[in-house]
Structure formats: C-alpha cells, structure tokens
Design a protein around this ligand. Structure first.
Ligand SMILES: O=C(O)CCC(=O)C(=O)O
Ligand SMILES: [Fe+2]
Length: 372
C-alpha cells in the first residue's frame, strides 16, 4: 500500500471508516509499521490512533519523583551476606514495583550490543527478504515475524513490529533462524537463560523457599525471545508503541537500546524506565504473580512512540506456552496458610496464554479471570 492511499483513510468520515478493512490491507502488505514509514507516511493512519485517555498521562504530569529500583547482582554467588542483601532488594522490588533493573548481571556488553544490532539488521533487510518469515498462524512456526500479535483482536494497533523466536526448550538450529541474527540469537539466549536461573533462585529465596523451587516448577524451562522494532513515528502523541499490559509469563528480561519509551505504572503514575547502558530490565509476569499468590506483582507497563527512532528492544519471556502441557499451576502450597488462602484457581500455561492472546492488549488483566 502506498502512502497516499493510507492518508486517505484519515479523511474518511466516521460512518465510512472500516477498521477491519484497514487492518487487513495493512496485514496483507507483510511489511509492518516499518513498511509504512519506508513509504514516507507523514500522518499516523487511523487504525493506530488510541483513545486520548490512554495517551495523555505522560510521566511528567506529576511532580512526585520515584526512584526506579536498580539491583546490583555483583557477588551473589560468592558472598553470603551480599546475597542476603540482594534477596531482600528483590523481594521489595518484586512486591511493590514488579519491575527492577539489574547491573553486573554477567552478560557481557558486547553480547548486548550485538543482540540489538542483530535485530536492527533483521528489520533493515529488504521487505521481500523478510516476507517469508511473516505469518499469523498460531503456533505454526518457531520463528514468527509480524506486526501486532493481536492485530485482529485489539481495539487499537500499536506502532511496533515483532520477530518472535522460540529458543527453549529444544533450541532451534541456526538454519531455523533469520541468518542475519541467528548466531547472536543463540548466544544471547544462552546468556539470558543463565541469568534467568540466577533470578529464579533469588526470587525463590525472596519468597522464603528453597533456591531451586521455581526452577523445579519448570519456570525457567521455556524461553521466547521477542525482538521488537518501534519505527520513528511522525505523530508520537497519537499512538503507542505498546498499549498498557502485563506480561503473560513467569518473568521477562528486557534489553532496550538508548532511545527509551518504556514506562511502568506505579501508584497511578507512568514512570519512565531509564535506558541505562549495560543494564537489563526485569519484570514479574502474571504467572509468577499467580503462583506467588500476589506476593509478587505483574506490573502494568506500556511503550510510548517516539519521533527519533527506530527503537529496538529484546524481551525474553520465560514461559513454556508453546509446549503442549497439562501441568497445572496454582498458588504455591508453602506460601498458603489460614490467613493467606489461595487467591487464584489453577491453570495450565497454555490456557492462560491462549486467553491472553484472544483478548489482546485491551487494557484489562487476564489474571482477573483466574481470581477466586
Ligand atoms: O519494548 C519494550 O520496552 C517492552 C516490550 C514489552 O512490554 C513486551 O514485549 O511485553
Ligand atoms: Fe510487556
């Protein structure tokens, strides 16, 4: 679709506007949001324009300052006193913010840099080279490239394209992945998996459990790597890179570039998550909130669009939703008591994620559906 056709959509009257048709035409290009920007659009097409109440609550609208938690992982494997202190910080941050940044996490800077470069290389290829990866068939492939996983279900489309790679269990071979980033995807996934193990150990201890408890529940078994590309946007005040949502996994480790735009909801304010070089962002997902019986919170977050992009981020989701499983997850027995009864019913991971996917990012939490 060419730019002039898209801009025409903006000039249609309310009665003429056909969102389904606009979405389908966009999907058929298989070129994503980047394709629109490459075609030179100067206005945000209507399908991306969000309701004003979702757009205007900027992080600067409130004068109260909150310090986003930063946790130094240095020494956690060697120094028992240091570890105890770190576990305390993890407990505090996971129970209040549901988000924290980690430094000295063990993943070398050059691996982080190359991972971001690999994602840029993928998107900056010719559309024709990317098209064969473009699909929307559920569970059809371990590598899925498209724009907005919830394109047909969400009330509004986000200014974002995504390459989703299922990296564990059963790591792909390099030939299964796009060649411009296959090597770094495998390397980065290996490093993030190691970090994930350490984080699940700290989180288990923060719950007062044996360090292996969450790993033994297979929380670290599955890894889905989402490589996001947020093209520069001509009217960033009209749309979002990602609508407000919580993640449908146990835990997410997020690598973001220098552009910024990720915000977390804390005490009714959208707080910027600073794009600190070398740091990684960690957030609690819905499944960890569920099994921790609300001791940890899966915080609401969003990504604002930007004029200066592209912005690149890599979200590593610890979940096994691609694996057929009948294993049920509910609040951990050791955390329950007469005064602390289960707050959620049990679910399989597959059911939880299917419910999340069908709803799309519609502004409500799927956890409510499982609440007792
Ligand atoms: O790009 C980001 O900073 C966040 C992405 C995100 O929220 C997600 O993948 O769930
Ligand atoms: Fe997210």
């Amino acid at each position: 679709m060419v730019a002039s056709e898209r801009n025409d959509v903006n000039h249609e009257t309310e009665a003429e506007y056909d969102r389904k048709r606009e979405i389908k035409a966009f999907d058929d290009t298989k070129a994503g949001v980047k394709g629109l920007v490459d075609a030179g659009i100067t206005e945000v097409p209507r399908m991306f324009i969000g309701p004003p109440e979702d757009l205007n609550a900027s992080s600067n609208s409130n004068s109260e300052q909150h310090e986003f938690p930063v946790i130094d992982l240095h020494g956690i494997h060697e120094d028992a006193a240091q570890r105890k202190e770190t576990v305390e910080k993890v407990r505090e941050a996971s129970g209040t913010w549901g988000f924290f940044q980690v430094i000295n996490h063990g993943i070398p800077d050059d691996v982080l840099e190359e991972m971001l470069n690999g994602v840029r290389r993928f998107y900056e290829q010719d559309t024709e080279v990317k098209k064969p990866w473009y699909t929307r068939e559920p569970g059809s492939r371990r590598v899925v490239y498209n724009s907005n996983f919830d394109l047909y279900s969400a009330p509004v489309t986000n200014w974002r394209d995504t390459l989703t790679c299922a990296m564990a269990p059963n790591p792909p071979s390099p030939e299964d992945l796009p060649s411009v980033c296959s090597e770094i995807l495998l390397k980065y996934s290996e490093e993030v998996t190691k970090l994930g193990y350490s984080l699940f150990e700290l989180l288990s201890e923060a719950l007062g459990l044996d360090p292996n408890h969450l790993k033994d529940m297979d929380c670290a078994e599955g890894l889905i790597v989402l490589c996001h590309y947020y093209p520069a946007c001509p009217q960033p005040e009209l749309t979002l890179g990602a609508s407000k949502h919580e993640d449908d996994d146990f835990l997410t480790v997020l690598l973001q570039d220098h552009v910024g735009g990720l915000q977390v909801l804390y005490g009714n304010q959208w707080i910027d998550v600073p794009p600190t070089p070398g740091a990684l962002v960690v957030n609690i997902g819905d499944l960890l909130q569920l099994v921790s019986n609300d001791k940890f919170l899966s915080a609401r977050h969003r990504v604002v669009a930007n004029r200066v992009g592209p912005r690149v981020s890599v979200a590593s989701f610890f979940t096994t939703y691609l694996r057929p499983s009948t294993k049920l997850y509910g609040p951990i027995k050791e955390l329950l008591s007469e005064n602390d009864p289960p707050k959620y019913r049990e679910t399989t991971i597959k059911d939880y994620s299917a419910y999340f996917d069908a709803k799309g990012l519609d502004g409500t939490s799927p956890l409510l559906h499982y609440r007792l």
